[in-house]
Design a protein around this ligand. Structure first.
Ligand code: FAD
Length: 474
């Protein structure tokens, strides 16, 4: 006798956050017939893409009492992904004409915000969002439902009960800082890229007594796409920029070709009271500033799961396929944890999967099977010597300027992951042009770190994309 198929169900679902992840989660949940409330502590949709010139009172983001600024965008930021692979699958991110619009393939950040605003209005999601309403507490209630406490402008906590909670609060807000010996006595200034907006603080300084100009020497730690942009931008106003990065190939160390005042070093070994920064390769500079482009922490200050989900060295777990904690499945889920991905597509697929499991249309494995799968995954990371903090890194190869790092972290890459979820949802595999374009984009970023946004070799893939998009845009 086959197992009885449960009837399709409509749930009452709380979505936390109205960034790209929360917006598409809300759309998919409602499409599936669920009743959705989206909580958003900001005053508009868009999350990360809502640029703010404000910075936090503590430039390193360590003071727990600081007022948190959500977005980490800098003023000049252009996307590091081509718009064809950035947008949602059935709502392409096509260039639009109009005042203030940026039709370039790698547009300025404002264009992404406008795209997300257009998406929210096209699918009437804005009406589901409670703006300026922060979720401060989420806990499993006694009857298996979830208690969600939120605070709006009045500051009074309001408790509501939901069948399920989908967490989409983003993970580019709470800085991770590099630590090295001597930092407590090192006399210079420090900042995390979360608080970088413009190169102004790094500009050469005038001594008010002597009227002499003093050039600033900046050490920048990191090698991500933003670290590249920021190092070049700062080099335009500062005396010297020294990039400290992990695993730099020996022949790449030294002055960066094509740049008069940027040097590449291995990681920092030690810093001293006299201002010196000594690198593992033995070189040393006397620096005025250390800028940490060292990534972010997953942070869920509102979430109480009785220890079922924890964050350990930036591993959020245990989670089945980065989405479902087995003990609380499917009633708690996370959208958007993986990185080194094409984010919007991944959010869209995860959201479809969550929506379908909540309605009983899609079946998940048993709790034991999910736990075993997670254990196998963690063991494979351990065997390959991958630190826990790379658990959600789906980039098989981390490619960044001017270093190419082979990353053994995952045997599954982002497209295999996306296709696996698509399969769970009964959807076809993702069009091959997307994978090819993503790869071309990543390679181009290495080959032309400073011009990849304006010069490329994948025009034939753009044509394929446009052909697919014409089905949605005409
Ligand atoms: P977010 O956009 O961060 O949204 C989370 C939302 O949750 C926010 O609106 C926040 O206010 C809200 N929130 C948080 N906590 C609460 C709470 N307790 N209660 C209520 N609301 C809450 N991606 C690309 O595809 N292309 C790029 O070129 C690109 N460049 C990037 C450059 C930088 C510098 C950064 C930081 C990221 C970049 N990304 C890029 C990644 C980008 O973050 C993702 O594309 C995506 O926008 C993340 O969406 P999200 O919904 O997961 O999170």
């Amino acid at each position: 006798m086959s197992a009885a198929i449960p009837p399709l169900a409509s749930r009452h679902v709380a979505v936390i956050g109205a960034g790209a992840g929360g917006l598409v989660a809300a759309r998919e949940l409602r499409r599936e017939g669920h009743r959705v409330v989206v909580y958003e502590r900001g005053d508009q949709v868009g999350g990360t893409w809502v640029y703010s010139s404000k910075v936090e009172s503590d430039p390193l983001g360590l003071d727990p009492n600081r007022a948190v600024v959500h977005s980490s965008l800098y003023q000049s930021l252009r996307t590091n992904l081509a718009r064809e692979i950035m947008g949602f699958m059935d709502y392409p991110f096509v260039a639009k004409e109009g005042k203030g619009r940026d039709p370039r393939r790698f547009p300025r950040h404002r264009e992404v915000l406008e795209y997300l605003q257009d998406f929210a209005s096209a699918f009437e999601i804005t009406e589901l969002v409670r703006f300026e309403t922060e979720v401060v507490f989420v806990k499993l209630a006694e009857d298996g439902k979830w208690k969600v406490r939120s605070k709006g402008r009045s500051g009074v906590g309001v408790d509501e009960i939901y069948d399920a909670v989908v967490v989409c609060n983003g993970h580019y807000t709470y800085p991770r800082i590099a630590h090295f010996p001597g930092i407590n006595v090192w006399p210079g200034k420090q900042m995390h890229s979360h608080n970088y907006r413009t190169p102004e603080p790094f500009q050469d300084q005038i001594d008010l007594v002597s009227s002499l100009l003093f050039g600033q020497v900046v050490v920048l730690i990191g090698s991500s796409a933003s670290a590249v942009d920021i190092s070049v931008e700062i080099a335009g106003v500062a005396k010297e920029v020294h990039i400290a990065a992990r695993s730099v190939e020996d022949d790449k160390l030294g002055k960066l070709p094509g740049n008069e005042n940027i040097w590449l070093h291995s990681m920092i070994d030690h810093v001293y009271e006299d201002g010196r920064v000594v690198f593992l390769d033995g070189n040393a500079v006397c620096a005025d500033f250390i800028l940490h482009c060292t990534g972010y922490k997953y942070h869920f200050p509102f979430l109480d799961t009785n220890g079922e989900v924890t964050v350990d060295d930036n591993r959020v777990g245990p989670l089945y396929k980065h989405v479902f904690p087995p003990a609380l499945t499917p009633w708690l889920s996370f959208v958007g944890l993986p990185w080194k991905v094409a984010p919007f597509i991944l959010f869209e697929l995860q959201s479809k999967w969550i929506a379908g499991t909540l309605s009983n249309r899609i079946a998940l494995p048993s709790k034991e099977e999910m736990t075993e799968d997670i254990q196998d995954f963690y063991s494979s990371l351990e065997t390959s010597g991958t630190p826990k903090r790379y658990t959600h890194n789906l980039g098989v190869t981390q490619v960044s300027f001017p270093i190419t790092l082979s990353n053994p972290a995952t045997s599954i890459n982002v497209w295999d992951y996306d296709n696996w979820i698509a399969g769970q949802c009964g959807l076809p595999k993702i069009a091959e042009w997307r994978r090819k374009m993503y790869e071309a984009n990543s390679k181009n970023r290495v080959v032309r770190p400073q011009t990849y946004r304006d010069e490329w070799d994948d025009d034939e893939l753009i044509l394929e994309a446009q052909e697919e998009f014409s089905g949605y845009t005409t």
